[in-house]
Design a protein around this ligand. Structure first.
Ligand code: N01
Length: 555
């Protein structure tokens, strides 16, 4: 049973050791770990169920493009041995079922309050505690706050004239209805060609009478090669989990176990390179980008992979003009998140599918009856916005967070997010971020990064309790140094060359800053571990004059 809702006046402000915002994979595991420390924690979740991104993203074809045997918690061996993933890439419904199973298995719901948004969080410097107010008008205090708000959780509707005029159905992939949406017999428009669009377009095309895809930037996509998992495949993972998980955490840049590339693209002959790409293409999946170790670093090397994919598009798509428009030419492959698809390019061979290239004919407005691009009207019964998210900072920005001296986090981050290790921001003591900007986060298998952050935070709180400390804050110097390092590493790669959501480029007015840390999860983990081993170097920890160490509200 979920935690009861509280109303103003009904009960006094409740005190917790920790308030967690969000009951996705980060928030759930954080709650579990804090309980293990004997701390009281309350989770506020705006959805009606657990699962975070997998609760909201229910669009047709939604599935994770990190393989299911790896996109799963590793903290409980029993859980990973007992849960049966059905397919190489789990569909959204199965990942959501897994999230619910975890919530039940670890009895998490009694500390989660659903349908409740955190509106504000204000730090009281004298009490060294946070007060949060929630959408039900209640408030709670906590010594610590953990923002497990997700990186791709704030769905972004574009600002297009006439949006309110449209008479048909409007859906956003990141905020999909909790009921079957049937496009049978309808004329459907999809705006966007990112991962969400590329997964949903082939399915919508099968249902719709006519599908019009409005493409602003062509994207690179590789085949998923999804298939049912056999019992042998599952067992292989189960038998080898200790080594697979260790390698994913420590040796892989992106937290996904694969054979790491040992050479650069030009260390192979043209023929051998082509064979390597063919093998990766046939195998399918995100590890295509692990073919060589310099694809993210060297434009000429990257061009060999980009040319290979462009060639595949030309092979698959029958109309040469459509093929040309689908071939990305504005950014290096991988510098925008590479997509993983099932029959995406082939979908454009269908008679009921057309591509509108917005570079030639930008969307002028939405009308009552459809979309006008250039001076052409496309009559539609439904529009699907696959237009992405205000990524990494969007969900944090929705909360009014006030730290020392009343400074707001939004004010501090106006020119781009600033954190130390992606875990804390100076001026906001006792406030942790899970997979925040400045950490590998969205460049990795999210569950690997979530587990690492949760465990680091839990260890930190245990250390503070042992030492009788009640306050931790990133120092200005350590934050400045870390931000400089994050930038330096990013600008040593090809990533900043793309107008990507990693750079905030998809949100008009958002500062262009490369937000995640691109040094790799293994390197990053080592840095975090070293920081902790050196007494949380770069953080300032203190005890209140009359000490108020944590765990006073322990259950
Ligand atoms: O969003 P996106 P997404 N007019 O931002 C276009 C993860 N994910 O939801 O490129 C016209 O990538 C925009 O065009 P442009 C994954 O990390 C994972 O697809 O900005 N078009 C772009 O084509 C992914 O990267 C999984 O020029 C407009 C598209 O909309 C991330 O989530 C599945 C527009 C947005 O693409 C986000 O993916 C799904 C406008 N005004 C997502 N505004 C899996 O694990 C935006 N666009 C499988």
């Amino acid at each position: 049973m979920a935690a009861p809702r509280l109303r103003t006046g009904e009960r006094p402000t409740i005190c917790h050791d920790v308030v967690i915002v969000g009951a996705g994979f980060g928030g759930m595991y954080m709650l579990h770990r804090l309980r293990g420390l004997g701390l009281t924690a309350r989770v506020f979740e705006q959805g009606s169920g657990v699962g975070g991104t997998w609760y909201w993203n229910r669009y047709p074809g939604a599935r994770c493009d990190v393989e299911s045997m790896q996109y799963s918690y590793s903290f409980s061996d029993e859980l990973q041995q007992q849960w049966d993933w059905s397919e190489r890439y789990a569909p959204q419904s199965e990942i959501l079922a897994y999230a619910n199973h975890v919530a039940d298995r670890f009895d998490l719901r009694r500390d989660i309050q659903f349908d409740t948004r955190v509106d504000s969080a204000v730090f009281d410097e004298a009490a060294r505690r946070w007060t949060v107010t929630t959408s039900d008008g209640a408030s709670a205090t906590a010594q610590f706050i953990v923002l497990a708000t997700g990186c791709l959780s704030n769905a972004k509707m574009p600002e297009i004239d006439g949006l309110g005029d449209f008479k048909g159905q409007i859906h956003h992939t990141g905020h999909w209805p909790h009921r079957e949406v049937d496009f049978s017999g309808l004329r459907v428009g999809v705006i966007g060609t990112g991962s969400s669009a590329i997964q949903s377009i082939p399915i919508i095309a099968e249902q719709a009478r006519r599908l019009t895809v409005f493409q602003r930037t062509a994207n690179f996509s590789v085949p998923a090669r999804n298939a049912k998992l056999t019992e042998d495949e599952r067992q292989w993972f189960r038998d080898n989990y200790p080594e697979i998980r260790r390698k994913a955490r420590e040796e892989m840049r992106n937290g996904i176990f694969t054979e790491p590339p040992e050479k650069g693209a030009f260390d192979d002959s043209d023929g051998a390179r082509r064979q390597n790409y063919e093998a990766r293409w046939s195998r399918g999946g995100l590890t295509f980008m692990s073919a060589y170790n310099n694809l993210a670093l060297d434009k000429a090397a990257n061009d060999t992979a980009a040319d290979f994919i462009r060639g595949k598009i030309a092979d698959i798509v029958r109309d040469p003009d459509v093929a040309k428009r689908l071939q990305p030419d504005s950014h290096p492959v991988g510098s925008k998140r590479i997509c993983v698809d099932t029959d995406y390019y082939a979908t454009f061979n269908r008679d009921n599918v057309e591509l509108v290239d917005l570079r030639d004919t930008p969307i002028a407005r939405i009308t009552a009856d459809g979309i006008r691009a250039g001076d052409i009207d496309y009559p539609l019964d439904a529009i699907v916005f696959a237009t992405g998210f205000d990524a990494m900072t969007g969900s944090v920005a929705k909360i009014e967070i006030r730290g020392r001296e009343g400074r707001t986090l939004n004010g501090k981050w106006a020119e781009g997010p600033r954190t130390y290790l992606g875990l804390m921001s100076e001026g906001f003591p006792n406030l942790f971020l899970i997979t925040g900007p400045g950490s590998p986060s969205v460049l990795s298998n999210m569950i690997v990064s979530i587990e690492q952050h949760v465990e680091w935070i839990a260890d930190c709180l245990a250390h503070m309790r042992d030492e009788g400390l009640d306050c931790i804050e990133a120092s200005r110097q350590s934050e400045d140094d870390w931000v400089a390092h994050v930038n330096e590493v990013a600008y040593g790669t090809l990533y900043p060359q793309a107008n990507s959501w990693y750079m905030g480029a998809n949100v008009p007015g958002k500062p262009r800053v490369f937000m995640p840390y691109i040094g790799g999860v293994g390197v990053y983990r080592q840095i975090c571990n070293d920081v902790a081993a050196k007494g949380y170097q770069g953080f300032v920890m203190s005890a209140a004059p009359r000490s108020n160490p944590i765990a006073v509200h322990s259950a």
